[in-house]
Write a protein that binds this ligand. Structure first.
Ligand code: SF4
Ligand code: SF4
Ligand code: FES
Length: 511
């Protein structure tokens, strides 16, 4: 059973093989037996407004915005919520009739009865379903003459998430997420009617929910806010680049949000223009559905570590070309090279490495795939939803080409006079004393200066490629930024290191 099957809510279309013919707004459609109107409409490319309904969660039917009309052969039409109405043979559904539109307008009035409509200062503005539906389906100011209820504006739901109670429309998506997907059961609704509030459940700790930040995405309004991204950047100043989370071998599809070049900040620190503003899930049913864990949200902490941007020979700064030529000469003159291959290298880079050194591998050169990252203290090791124990994005592809570095790494390296270390995770003390060490990495470590040659590399956010996850699924990632300094792209570097001509070995700043 796939991950997606395992974690489906009650709300997924059920392909029973039997189809039912019906129509939406006069357009002939088909539904699977048991499918609801909203599900069948979505498959047909028609959107029925919805707040509480979510494709991966159960159906509470509490917001009523999805009301549709069903025409009858005789008598009056009837009205019901499309998210909980199974399609029946010959059903004629109307989603845009005058009565449906009137009901929607009235429902929007109820939903915004106590909502502060403070879009001007709301972090969700620009990607808020309530804001969109207001313009699409309501368009009028509140008709109410009563004062709105007030509630806490910034309630700390956890160390990571703030709740603005006034903006909450009590759709309960967040509560159901913690019950049905993350299974932390950490959120609940307390009180009733227009005094109802979302609160941490008494016997649970939302801080311990490794998937808690998904509620920020699924909240249809600006009630749930990421504390780490609060007020960082308006959504319309940023754009999403599709990528892959390298935090574990699940390889979740993600969007990395960063500032649009046309909205680059000119008066402030230019580094802000190449900062990761936030990370959100990119829906991928084969890998992660529409969820990621909190480690994926925190990728800026991994990608924005101090960078290595200076080539070194014997610890002294040199031009990048000089370091590459020196490393190439050392490799070609070695009696026996052992290469430790990065599990953060893309499929393309692994293939380039394999191709560049194919004539030496198994003879005067050995190569082992190594884990660049190990689980951090306190990190969730593995669970049934997404998180995998291997904390590297591409160890699967690396070990398909090269044997895994044995636990006794030092023993595997004893017979080498030159060791090539690509990526992180290898301390100096496992390297043979007296061996010549060449290191290739994107990040700044003290051991870069103790290597005979150090060559700085571009990192994932500066190049494009593919990773193969633990299950063999290949997913692409795309460069977000140009490299900040002259660094090498590994995919083109290896041919030059091996002594083959390679016209595009280097990647300069702005390349
Ligand atoms: S906080 Fe958001 S997701 Fe949770 S009930 Fe309120 S509106 Fe719905
Ligand atoms: S489950 Fe793994 S790949 Fe997915 S977001 Fe978390 S750390 Fe990243
Ligand atoms: S989406 Fe149907 S009742 Fe909320």
């Amino acid at each position: 059973m796939s991950h997606a099957d395992r974690k489906r809510g009650n709300n997924e279309p059920v392909d029973t093989g039997k189809t039912i013919a019906f129509s939406i707004n006069g357009v002939p459609c088909t539904a699977f037996k048991g499918e609801t109107v909203i599900q069948a409409a979505r498959r047909a490319g028609m959107d029925i407004p919805h707040f509480c309904w979510h494709p991966d969660l159960s159906v509470p039917g509490n917001c009523r915005i999805c009301m549709v009309e069903v025409e009858q052969d005789k008598g009056d039409p009837w009205f019901d919520i499309g998210c909980n109405m199974p399609v029946t043979e010959g059903m004629r559904v109307l989603t845009e009739s005058d009565t449906v539109k009137k009901l929607r307008r009235e429902t929007m009035q109820f939903i915004t009865l106590n909502h502060p409509v403070d879009c001007g200062i709301c972090n969700k503005a620009g990607e808020c379903i309530l804001q969109d539906y207001h313009y699409e389906h309501n368009g009028r100011a509140s008709l109410s003459i009563d004062r709105k209820n007030h509630a806490t504006k910034f309630y700390p739901l956890s160390d990571r998430i703030m709740l603005d109670n006034e903006r909450c429309i009590m759709c309960t998506r967040c509560v159901r997420f913690t019950h049905e997907v993350s299974e932390s059961h950490a959120l609940a609704a307390v009180h009733r009617g227009d005094h109802a509030l979302i609160r941490p459940a008494e016997d649970a700790n939302f801080n311990e929910d490794a998937y808690s930040d998904n509620v920020i995405d699924i909240c249809p309004v600006g009630a749930l806010l990421s504390r780490q991204n609060l007020d960082h950047a308006r959504v319309w100043y940023t754009r999403a680049t599709p990528s892959v989370c390298p935090g574990c071998s699940r390889g979740c599809s993600i969007n990395i949000w960063h500032r649009k070049p046309e909205w680059a900040l000119k008066a402030l620190d230019p580094q802000l223009n190449t900062r990761i503003e936030r990370v959100t899930p990119l829906e991928n049913p084969a890998v992660n559905d529409m969820w990621i864990c909190n480690k994926g949200r925190d990728l800026a902490q991994l990608f924005e570590r101090p960078r290595a941007m200076q080539a070194l020979v014997q610890g002294m700064p040199v031009e990048l070309d000089v370091a590459i030529d020196r490393a190439s000469a050392l490799l070609r003159g070695a009696r026996r090279v052992v290469a430790l291959v990065s599990s953060w290298g893309s499929n393309e880079e692994l293939a380039a490495f394999h191709g560049a050194f194919a004539d030496r591998l198994g003879a005067s050169m050995g190569a082992y795939a190594k884990p660049d990252q190990l689980p951090l203290p306190g990190e969730v090791l593995e669970d049934a939803l997404l998180i995998k124990a291997d904390k590297n994005p591409n160890l699967t592809a690396a070990t398909a080409r090269f044997p895994l570095l044995p636990a006794d790494a030092a023993a595997a390296l004893t017979d080498s006079d030159v060791v090539l270390v690509w990526g992180e995770g290898v301390a100096d003390d496992v390297l043979p004393p007296g061996a010549t060490v060449i290191r290739l990495d994107g990040y700044a470590f003290a051991h870069n200066a103790t290597a005979h040659v150090f060559i700085p590399l571009s990192i994932q956010t500066e190049r494009s490629g593919h990773y193969t996850n633990f299950a063999g699924t290949v997913t692409p990632f795309t460069a977000c930024f140009p490299p900040k300094a002259p660094v090498a792209h590994a995919e083109q570097l290896f041919a030059r290191l091996a002594g083959h001509p390679a016209p595009r070995a280097l990647a300069g700043a702005g390349a």
